[in-house]
Design a protein around this ligand. Structure first.
Ligand code: G3P
Ligand code: CA
Length: 242
């Protein structure tokens, strides 16, 4: 069996402010094989890495990313809300994360945040950026917006996509195949061994989110998932022993 890929969810977000380089570095230090990030677009069309549509929760600023310029976003402190020792951490650009991934030759799971706020052309912009860093092989593009995933495949078939979903889905491998997705990315609570096996037998891999407890990681290991997305890479590392 191939080894299970451990993705630090927004980095090692249990231990450092999510979607900052402090969190990405921590994830790799703890043994993650890759990172998961969330991407939006700024007012001046830059690809911005942040989970929420607004900067309010994770910085000292306020407002929607779509209404802020890159210059305004880069002034924000994205670390202090988590712990004072992270003061001065910045919201990253997708380009900066791609450089980080390239330097370390790790895996990258880019979640396109596209809805209920919609970003015109975000799929094209992400494809262009990943191509520029020659990182198609290392990258999965995931989203709850499956139109965005179909769009990515239309732009460039070489890109691997992953269908995110939270509630259960009937025969998800059939749907994945229909829209050209190589992966399903279900909430871990919605799957069982049969779904994993049938997906894999139909050529669709399974990456589950967000698994933070040892007993849940052990259950996912028994299901033989392909990847695990976690805020706590150290816990998953111990269980999977990759
Ligand atoms: O990749 C899985 C996970 O990131 C999806 O949910 O809300 O944490 O972005 P969320
Ligand atoms: Ca995400």
């Amino acid at each position: 069996m191939n080894k299970t890929i451990i993705y630090g969810h927004r980095g090692a977000s249990c231990y450092a402010p999510e979607n900052t380089f402090a969190a990405y570095n921590k994830a790799i230090e703890m043994g993650a094989n890759g990172i998961e990030i969330d991407v939006h677009k700024s007012k001046d069309n830059n690809l911005i890495v942040c989970h929420d549509e607004k900067v309010d929760r994770t910085t000292n600023g306020i407002g929607y990313i779509k209404d802020l310029t890159l210059k305004e976003i880069k002034k924000l402190d994205a670390g202090s809300w988590f712990d004072n020792k992270f003061r001065g951490e910045k919201i990253p650009l997708l380009d900066e994360v791609l450089e980080f991934v390239k330097d370390r030759n790790i895996f990258l799971n880019i979640e396109i945040k596209n809805g209920p706020i919609f970003y015109e052309g975000i799929e094209h912009d992400i494809v262009k950026a990943v191509r520029a860093y020659d990182l198609i092989e290392n990258t999965i593009i995931s989203s709850f917006n499956h139109f965005s995933l179909a769009h990515i495949k239309n732009i460039d078939k070489r890109f691997k996509t992953g269908i995110l979903y939270i509630a259960g889905m009937i025969d998800p491998w059939e749907y994945a195949t229909k829209i050209g997705a190589s992966y399903i990315h279900p909430l871990y609570l919605t799957i069982n061994e049969e779904i994993v096996l049938k997906s894999q037998n139909n050529g669709v891999k399974v990456n589950v989110f967000t698994v933070n407890r040892k007993e849940d990681a052990e259950l996912m290991k028994s299901f033989k998932v392909d990847g695990i997305i976690t805020d706590c890479p150290d816990i998953c590392k111990k269980v999977f022993n990759n």
